[in-house]
Write a protein that binds this ligand. Structure first.
Ligand code: URA
Length: 227
């Protein structure tokens, strides 16, 4: 989903259906503005959110959108779903059809979901190499013991993905509740990790992704723009 940079002359040639030679002449004649300033450089790099104007005609003027959502249980993290309400259905914003989800939550999990139309931002947040911490509050059926802390920190081998989970921090909050910090996002990862102890997860709620925290005054089902 990364939004690649593109050369200005190639962008113009494709958008205006003109040859690169014609476009370079147009640039030299001062017919193009990039982010409100005249630009005559064919090799200037432009991206999804660069404003580009040709002879007064706006060719591109996309605005980046960043959204925090408090996802309720029972809403699906997808853009379309035949059966359930989706996170997009909860967002009444003119650019909602451009949005994609930055790290999904299961149908029966709740909490922070980030949405954006900026592929560069989402690819940094979801890149396992960046080790962006995702913080979850978890309630389980059976009492927790110190052995969970060790097992989460050591990592668990998932045969299906042929992957050993990255060290995860588990802090016991009470007999049946814990806070878990992951730096990756494998399918149903937390449920599968507690599954190793045959301890079903009863509630799973995400409170933070990197520097973004679920605001305490953001009610279930509500969303907010962030800059
Ligand atoms: N782990 C899970 O099992 N479910 C989620 O929604 C997120 C992490």
């Amino acid at each position: 989903m990364a939004a690649a940079s593109n050369r200005l002359d190639r962008f113009l040639a494709r958008t205006l259906q003109r040859s690169l030679k014609q476009i370079r002449l147009d640039l030299a004649k001062g017919r193009v503005k990039v982010d409100s300033a005249l630009c005559d450089e064919p090799a200037r790099l432009v991206h999804q959110f660069t404003r580009i104007v040709y002879d007064g005609q706006v060719l591109q003027n996309n605005q980046p959108v960043y959204i925090l959502l408090h996802k309720p249980v029972g809403v699906v993290c997808a853009t379309k779903d035949a059966e359930h309400k989706t996170v997009i259905d909860l967002i009444d914003h003119p650019q909602r059809d451009e949005l994609h989800i930055v790290g999904r939550l299961d149908l029966n999990s709740s909490g922070l979901v980030l949405l954006t139309n900026d592929g560069r931002w989402s690819s940094v947040l979801t890149d396992p190499e960046q080790k962006v911490p995702k913080v979850y509050n978890v309630e389980v059926e059976h009492p927790l013991t110190a052995s969970y802390i060790t097992a989460f920190a050591e990592g668990m081998y998932f045969e299906y993905e042929n992957h050993t989970t990255a060290p995860a921090l588990l802090k016991i909050l009470s007999t049946h509740t814990a806070q878990v910090v992951l730096t990756e996002g494998k399918y149903h990862q937390i449920k599968r990790m507690f599954g190793r102890f045959r301890n079903p997860v009863l509630k799973l709620h995400r409170v933070a992704i990197g520097d973004y925290h679920l605001p305490s005054d953001l009610k279930v089902g509500e969303w907010r723009l962030v800059s």
